[in-house]
Write a protein that binds this ligand. Structure first.
Ligand code: HEC
Ligand code: HEC
Ligand code: HEC
Ligand code: HEC
Ligand code: HEC
Ligand code: HEC
Ligand code: HEC
Ligand code: HEC
Ligand code: HEC
Length: 432
């Protein structure tokens, strides 16, 4: 019965084909009914189920139910109530005031979190509760930032991901959603230009325009979850984490105690907090731009030191620029001056260190640096002078040898003429 055999084989093939096709069909559908139904019903890519397709929680195997509860195995028959049943643990979407606790359920549980990442921090909620944001939320102010205002709820990314709203370069804009919005912040006494000011300052320019992440974003001074203006005693510490030398020198200076007594913040008093400008020498001294003059009157010790420190820095700066101009002239004329130029570079290091040292307010300490710089600058200047002398000597030498060559050429010319006239004479003789 060959026909029967063929028919059997054929139906077997059909059966397996159908099986694999069916299996593939099933494979395409998410096994999670929450995702399945929500993907079907959501239009916009930023809506939860779409946004969750790229999310650190999903990457770690978590899904809707881990946050919202419910039963992801029910509801494939489009019965949403079966899946989103409070009896199955469904808690729905949290209200704003409940969000920190909602996230903290996992993030404050070290036992749970370490299953995913043994070195994960679990202090976010504790810190958040101490912040101005956390305190106000607790009192029912829902305009402050909760976890989702900074991280999002669906599509949460690691802070190391450049697309994350809390990636260093994006933080000023994330805080700026509220802090740069005058209308939104209108009811609060807090300054409304903090983001603008920050962007104008050296840190904002270094981070946002140069992309240099060594410069602090908002959270480096305010904490990731602390969000408080650093207290008066803490400010020097905050700045000192990166500007260690300035901070140590300040601590040794008479300003340390004086500022503490008057409750003046260490660095901010002279540099501001957000719109920090590139400091100039004119901030010292007794001129218009001097900040020392804000507090020290003529005749006082502070006044005198301000004048002296300025003079020392300025004198080194002038020596440096004089030596540099001279050496550049020599270099352009082709003289070998790399040695003194290198020395000048070294002298310049003393200028940089001197500008840091002014924070000690110590005439002697600043002098020990500027004096060494001046010494090097003078040596370099003298080598520049020598190079110029040598250049002039070579030029004089060139003139002498030119005259000599000209004389030689003239002599040769006369000689040739004399030989020529003799030959002509002889030819005439022959013709005769
Ligand atoms: C069969 C379709 C379907 C299934 C299955 C389903 N949902 Fe929903 N879900 C909806 C629809 C439609 C809405 C919007 C209307 C509403 O709020 O009931 C919704 C709303 C929600 C909301 C917002 C509620 C609010 O208070 O705004 C959350 C959260 C949610 N679903 C989570 C889940 C979770 C978790 C699961 C799986 C356990 C799930 N859904 C399963 C259809 C579904
Ligand atoms: C990390 C926890 C977390 C996970 C995982 C999560 N959600 Fe949410 N979801 C939230 C929070 C918090 C809110 C409320 C805040 C908000 O609306 O942004 C919310 C709100 C919602 C809402 C109502 C508001 C809105 O944005 O439309 C829906 C619907 C929703 N989630 C569905 C889902 C679905 C479906 C999944 C799985 C694909 C999911 N969520 C996974 C935390 C989560
Ligand atoms: C005001 C904005 C803001 C709020 C509110 C906020 N975060 Fe963060 N979060 C950040 C910033 C900024 C970072 C870190 C970026 C970095 O380290 O460079 C961060 C980092 C994290 C990290 C990574 C690990 C770590 O601690 O550095 C986790 C987890 C986290 N936040 C969870 C939460 C939770 C949970 C809440 C709510 C209780 C919350 N965040 C509230 C801004 C915020
Ligand atoms: C069901 C438990 C759970 C809940 C609820 C939860 N998370 Fe997570 N979250 C995790 C796990 C697990 C990770 C991955 C840990 C890791 O890899 O470091 C994670 C990672 C994160 C990260 C990335 C940390 C990093 O490395 O930068 C952020 C940010 C984050 N969660 C924010 C939130 C926010 C905001 C909420 C509330 C809306 C929330 N989480 C709710 C479990 C949870
Ligand atoms: C969802 C809006 C929102 C976001 C996002 C936000 N904040 Fe706030 N923030 C507020 C509100 C509202 C206040 C309350 C103002 C007040 O203190 O009276 C506040 C208060 C503060 C304060 C306390 C100011 C004071 O002296 O009272 C600091 C500091 C602060 N935020 C820093 C930050 C930083 C840093 C970020 C980003 C990492 C950020 N905020 C993100 C809304 C926000
Ligand atoms: C270099 C450190 C530093 C950085 C970076 C920084 N801040 Fe501040 N911020 C401070 C200090 C210090 C104060 C305290 C001001 C005071 O008490 O006089 C402050 C004060 C504030 C205040 C309260 C202002 C007021 O007058 O009431 C807010 C809000 C604030 N910062 C938000 C931000 C935001 C948003 C960013 C990022 C765009 C940011 N800060 C970046 C150091 C910093
Ligand atoms: C996270 C590290 C960090 C913190 C915190 C920090 N800074 Fe800076 N600061 C930098 C970097 C990086 C630069 C730019 C590079 C440079 O020229 O030094 C810079 C530049 C400066 C400059 C300009 C230097 C120059 O020569 O132009 C001043 C002044 C300054 N910071 C003061 C402060 C003060 C005041 C604070 C505290 C309120 C502070 N910084 C906090 C890293 C930091
Ligand atoms: C009494 C005013 C005053 C205080 C307080 C002060 N500075 Fe300065 N700072 C200056 C002056 C003036 C200059 C410019 C010196 C120059 O260029 O000749 C300067 C320059 C700087 C520079 C650039 C030069 C360098 O060292 O790289 C940095 C950075 C700096 N200060 C950081 C700080 C930090 C951090 C603090 C707090 C620990 C602080 N300053 C406290 C007055 C002050
Ligand atoms: C915010 C005010 C303020 C600013 C700005 C300031 N000082 Fe002072 N300074 C003080 C106070 C207060 C003392 C304590 C002794 C006093 O009252 O003169 C002091 C003390 C001193 C002393 C020690 C004097 C003594 O009698 O022992 C010197 C030196 C000094 N300042 C130099 C400077 C220099 C240089 C600058 C500019 C870079 C400067 N100060 C900027 C407030 C300030």
């Amino acid at each position: 019965m060959p026909i029967l055999k063929h028919a059997l084989a054929f139906s077997l093939v059909l059966f397996f084909l159908q099986q694999t096709l069916f299996a593939q069909e099933e494979e395409k559908q998410p096994r999670d009914s929450c995702v399945w139904c929500h993907l079907e019903n959501e239009e916009e890519p930023e809506e939860p189920a779409h946004a969750m397709q790229e999310d650190i929680h999903a990457e770690n195997g978590l899904s809707c139910v881990d946050c919202h509860g419910g039963d992801a195995g029910l509801g494939f028959d489009e019965d949403e109530e079966a899946a989103m049943d409070p009896a199955k643990g469904y808690i729905g979407a949290p209200e704003k005031k409940d969000i920190p606790r909602f996230c903290a359920r996992c993030h404050s549980d070290p036992g749970y979190m370490r299953r995913f990442n043994p070195r994960v921090a679990t202090d976010q909620y504790d810190r958040y509760k101490t912040s101005v944001h956390g305190q106000l939320l607790l009192r029912g102010d829902e305009k402050v930032a909760a976890c989702t205002d900074c991280h999002g709820a669906h599509g949460v990314l690691s802070f190391k991901d450049p697309r994350s709203p809390v990636y260093a370069l994006n933080i000023p804009a994330t805080c700026g959603k509220c802090h740069a919005d005058r209308e939104y912040m209108a009811g609060y006494r807090v300054a409304k230009d903090v983001v603008e000011e920050y962007k104008k300052g050296v840190h904002g320019i270094t981070l946002l325009e140069k992309g240099d992440q060594a410069a602090p974003a908002c959270n480096d001074c305010h904490g990731n979850h602390g969000a408080v203006p650093p207290g008066i005693p803490a400010i020097g510490f905050v700045c000192g984490q990166c500007h260690l030398n300035n901070s140590e020198l300040f601590a040794e200076s008479p300003h340390k105690q004086a500022f503490a007594e008057e409750e003046l913040p260490e660095c901010e008093t002279c540099h501001d907090n957000h719109a920090i400008e590139h400091p100039t020498d004119a901030m010292l001294g007794t001129g218009e731009e001097s900040i020392c003059m804000d507090c020290h009157e003529e005749g006082s010790d502070g006044y005198r030191i301000a004048e002296v420190l300025y003079a020392k820095i300025d004198s080194l700066k002038l020596r440096l620029s004089a030596a540099d101009s001279l050496l550049q002239v020599a270099r352009k004329a082709g003289m070998e001056v790399s040695e003194p130029l290198y020395q000048l570079n070294e002298a310049n290091q003393f200028l940089i260190q001197g500008r840091t040292m002014i924070h000690s307010l110590s005439e002697g300490k600043v002098d020990s640096l500027t004096a060494r710089g001046i010494g090097l600058a003078i040596e370099a200047y003298e080598q520049g002078l020598q190079a110029i002398d040598e250049l002039q000597f070579r030029r004089k030498g060139l003139a002498v040898s030119l005259v000599f060559i000209l004389l030689l050429a003239l002599g040769l010319y006369l000689k040739i003429r004399e030989i020529d006239s003799r030959t002509v004479f002889r030819e005439e003789e022959v013709r005769v």
